[in-house]
Ligand binder design. Structure first.
Ligand code: C3B
Length: 829
């Protein structure tokens, strides 16, 4: 008998556990073998973490079989591959999603039950891989899953940060940050590839000499070298049909220790070079929409971009022998400007290493690369000081100058004025000479896309107005999407199950088949079942709120939710100010028939973003007062859940009745949380911003609550000069709220605490909170009225689910494939 079998025989005798049958039996045996031989634990003494590891390794075996088959198949076909370059992959937990995609969720549950282990309990122990900040990073994760699903052979390229996004602790209502440690228990999903390592240079000088034909030849002699070591994680698509690779780079020093220094007694100094090299992949920059601006950040960007390009060029040459066919076999997608240095790095590889002519190299670069823009916020448009780039990447700086000279010549030929030339130039001469990474990415790409229809149009009018004139047709739109596997099937099994019983399995393979639900929207029997699923999800969230905050909330109340990064343009402030107005109104008119509401907030603020941190504190100050005020009689509760991440989102989103998408119009590029909520049957209150606009088109204007200024109106008001004082005077409820906040009603121990927030609103209000307050507030009362008619509410909620299929990231990926990458996709199922 093998040890695993013997252990099981003992376990079987010891208890009366349910017997596993068929597939579950063989999967149980695989789990036991992993537990015994890979984890090294006797099942009798195994702890939950051991079972989690054993299960993950068992699942991984099954995934690896498909992985190799996919990789071999792709190689044999000799077709094009997509390379998704992203500094962030916010993948979250992988176990349940992997089981679901492999069709093993039920099997694993049964297998574990037969050895007395609860799948849901151990799944909660998995670390949440937070290698990203917010929407941009989560989009990359959804895209990876969808590319595997629709059959796009793809590699995701990024950094294997040792510490992902910081943990947010709320201490006395304030955010504090502590390091995140997702690798503490090891990572069962990854395969380290010590043999796949590339040298990444920094600094040094460029030597020019004369080539055989008299042309100049450049050789970059870096002063420092760091090794990039690959770690591969398989990414399995729906039904396990195809498995792609997420390849993350870890930084290693070529010299682990300076022995001379060590032997001379300098034990710390002997490790300095190593520490410096390895700091590159140490931590994810906790900046969302604001560039970190540190040299280390630029090093990270170049590090992963160079490693990835070296890797894909090597793969291409090995298979196709000929560098000139690169663009036919490789599509490089730049996720924001973080990898924009790829334009110069690929040029360097083609010219300096493969001896291509400038013109050929530039054409090949452009045909290979495309770029996605994710924000119009000026502070988020990356630029690097010329002296820094010159010092760190001298050869790249030369290449950037040369690209720029040609672009400017092209622009002049196209009739550009001096002002246009200044705008299209890669070098910003206005702010102490900086390299504009957006312009570099733009000129080095064949397509540049925005992430919603509105955002892509605004790109043409704002950041890239002049580049769009010089290169017409290059800007295109690819509206974001979300993967329904994670955001419906695994996050909301209750709803997914109800949908299967009601409309069959078709929607699992094609989310647009959710329209089959439309005829059930008014069906009272279906409405009841739909509401029961929502109620169960709310009860689960209520339990989480009770456990984390010690706050009791009633699952029958309207759950009104805003979860996302904390940012002034996202206007959590508008939400909390309106919450205070509601609180005041309940106290003034206790006799009215108020709708019980639970206001749920969650989100991290960048560590250095002081005003966002004050908004967190204000929310918590308000919560403290409202939640304990007997006068509100449980009609209003406020909950700020700490440490928002993918796993928490999976609990919160399926439990929401109302989704807050209330950014200042024109500022949210797309949003993707908005899509997740609607797909899970929440109604949206939102501005005409980002993808909200297209959501309205799909779900119908009657089924979404749109309020506030449009992007054009916002622009007009800003141009004319904002007048928050007039707005405040015109709305007594708002004036009362601001008085209360500013005078310390919610912060009696420190009455001045929120003075700055109020002064800022009164004197400048760049995000137009006071302009939109009145219409927002009125819309909330209309929502209360609708809540009073459950049948009408449920009908709208069901129609949202039925009509959100278009926002599947499968559709987005098909669009990229057709219009940017030039790749075929397959139907699933
Ligand atoms: C975000 C934008 O803020 C969102 O509107 C958008 O939906 C996502 O990207 C995905 O496209 N974004 C981000 O998370 N981080 C940035 N640095 C810039 C944009």
């Amino acid at each position: 008998l093998y040890a695993a079998d013997a252990a099981l025989a003992v376990a079987d005798e010891a208890s009366a556990l349910p017997e596993a049958t068929g597939d579950a039996r063989s999967f149980r045996d695989l789990i036991l073998a992993k537990l015994t031989y890979a984890v090294g634990k006797d099942p009798i003494v195994a702890r939950d973490h051991d079972w989690l590891r054993a299960l993950s390794l068992a699942l991984r075996d099954r995934i690896v079989d498909r992985w190799m088959a996919t990789t071999r198949g792709v190689y044999r076909m000799g077709g094009k591959r997509v390379y998704y370059f992203s500094l962030e992959f916010l993948i979250g937990r992988l176990l349940k999603d992997g089981l679901n995609n492999m069709g093993l969720l039920g099997t694993a549950r049964e297998a574990l039950a037969s050895v007395g282990v609860d799948l849901d309990v151990i799944a909660e122990l998995e670390a949440d891989a937070a290698l990203g900040n917010g929407g941009l990073g989560r989009l990359a994760a959804c895209f990876m899953e969808s590319m595997a699903t629709v059959g796009v052979p793809a590699y995701g390229y990024g950094i294997r940060y040792e510490n992902g996004l910081f943990r947010q602790n709320i201490i006395d209502g304030w955010q504090t940050e502590s390091p995140e440690n997702w690798l503490a228990y090891g990572n069962p999903w990854e395969f380290p590839r010590r043999e796949v390592a590339y040298e990444i240079g920094f600094g040094g000088a460029v030597e020019a000499s004369e080539g055989w034909d008299g042309s100049a030849v450049h050789a970059w002699k870096p002063a420092e070298t760091v090794l990039a070591v690959a770690h591969d994680t398989p990414v399995v698509g729906w039904r396990g049909l195809r498995v792609n690779t997420l390849r993350l780079w870890s930084a290693r020093s070529p010299d682990p220790i300076s022995l001379d220094a060590f032997n001379a007694g300098d034990h710390i100094g002997a490790l300095t070079a190593r520490t410096k090299a390895e700091s590159i992949s140490r931590v994810l920059y906790p900046a969302d929409s604001t560039p970190a601006g540190q040299e280390l950040r630029l090093r990270q960007e170049y590090f992963f971009t160079s490693a990835s390009l070296q890797d894909l060029v090597r793969r291409h040459l090995k298979q196709h022998r000929e560098i000139r066919t690169l663009a036919q076999k490789a599509a490089v997608q730049l996720n924001d400007t973080h990898p924009a240095i790829a334009v110069a790095e690929l040029m360097r590889i083609l010219i300096d290493i493969h001896a291509m002519s400038w013109a050929d190299a530039f054409a090949l670069t452009r045909d290979t690369i495309s770029y996605t823009n994710h924000t119009l916020l000026p502070e988020a448009l990356e630029s690097w000081p010329v002296p820094l780039l010159e010092r760190l990447l001298p050869r790249h700086m030369q290449i950037i100058y040369a690209i720029n000279a040609r672009v400017l010549t092209e622009a002049r030929a196209a009739g550009a004025t001096d002002a246009m030339i200044a705008a299209v130039s890669i070098i910003d001469e206005g702010h102490g000479r900086r390299v504009r990474m957006g312009n570099l990415a733009f000129v080095g790409s064949h397509k540049v896309n925005g992430v919603s229809a509105l955002h892509s149009e605004l790109m043409k009018e704002t950041v890239f107005r002049d580049l769009n004139t010089v290169f017409p047709g290059r800007i295109t739109n690819k509206t974001n999407g979300i993967t329904p596997r994670r955001w419906l099937m695994t996050a909301n099994p209750g709803l997914a199950g109800l949908l299967r019983e009601t409309i069959g399995e078709g929607f699992l393979d094609d989310a647009e088949k959710l329209v089959a639900l439309e005829p059930f929207a008014r069906d009272p029997g279906f409405q009841e079942r739909f509401a029961a699923v929502k109620h169960a999800n709310k009860a689960r969230l209520a339990k989480t709120i009770q456990q984390t905050l010690g706050l009791r909330v009633d699952p029958a109340a309207l759950f009104d939710v805003q979860v996302k990064r904390m940012h002034e343009y996202k206007r959590q402030l508008l939400n909390i100010l309106e919450t205070i107005a509601l609180y005041n109104a309940i106290r003034t008119h206790p006799e009215k028939d108020w709708v019980p509401r639970v206001k749920v907030f969650a989100g991290k603020a960048a560590a250095s973003y002081t005003s966002a941190k004050y908004i967190i504190k204000l929310i918590n100050d308000v919560a403290k007062m409202v939640n304990t005020d007997p006068a509100v009689r449980n009609l209003l509760k406020v909950a700020f859940l700490p440490n928002y991440n993918v796993s928490l989102a999976e609990v919160i989103i399926p439990a929401a009745d109302l989704s807050e998408q209330i950014s200042t119009a024109g500022m949210e590029a797309s949003g993707t949380g908005n899509m997740k909520f609607a797909l899970n049957g929440a109604l949206t209150i939102g501005t005409l911003d980002g993808a909200n606009v297209e959501m309205r088109d799909h779900v119908g204007a009657d089924n979404i609550f749109i309020f506030g200024l449009t992007a054009a109106e916002v622009e007009a008001r800003r141009a004319k000069g904002l007048n928050p004082r007039a707005n405040i005077e015109a709305d007594p409820a708002l004036a009362e709220v601001l008085d209360a906040v500013g005078s310390g009603v919610f912060s009696p121990a420190d009455p001045q605490r929120h003075r700055g927030t109020v002064d800022n609103l009164t004197n400048s209000d760049w995000f137009l909170v006071t302009d939109d307050f009145t219409s927002y507030s009125a819309m909330q009362r209309r929502i209360d009225a609708l809540w009073g008619t459950p049948a009408a509410w449920r009908e709208k909620a069901i129609l949202n689910v039925a009509r959100m299929g278009w926002f599947s990231s499968d559709r987005t990926i098909r669009d990229y494939s057709d219009e940017i990458w030039g790749l075929p996709t397959v139907k699933v199922g």
